[in-house]
Write a protein that binds this ligand. Sequence first.
Ligand code: AMP
Length: 171
Amino acid sequence: MQKIQDAIRNIPDFPKAGIQFKDISPLLKNPLLLNKAVELLVDPFRSKKISAVAGMEARGFIFGSLAAAKLDAGFIPLRKPGKLPYKVNSSSYELEYGSASLEIHSDALSSGDRVLIVDDLIATGGTALASCELVSGLQAEVVACAFLIELDGLGGREKLRDYPVHSIIHY
Ligand code: AMP
């Protein structure tokens, strides 16, 4: 666990002043640590009959795809507006300044799907809550949300109070 934490680099004032950006690049290039991190991410869900992992653009695609492979599940991309080519459902959420949205293909999931939502990091939880709404909006069940990193004290866990939250590293 300490080695995984040591492979996450802190970049002060990126992308703007006051943000401590958690750079996962050193972890991604280390085969043993990357594999271990994904194991820790999926371990609580191995017996939960997950049918699909949904991951948010862009770093959720990396951990979400690796998690899906370990769980023998499919992968559903949640994308920024205008990227998905077929019919979409959208969900908007608040950012510090303004708002953003995510989209899912409207035929990506259906009732009976058991979904694990995966991203690299949870801060305020807005991105993850919008993702939960997209999945529930297609009548699929959100089994849990899993993150490599949780920034404690920003209210993310409280915002996701209706869902189990699993995170490996806390700051
Ligand atoms: P939030 O919606 O506030 O929970 O923000 C989570 C999303 O923003 C995730 O997709 C993260 O990749 C990204 N993010 C937010 N804060 C940071 C940070 N300090 N370092 C790296 N990524 C971040």
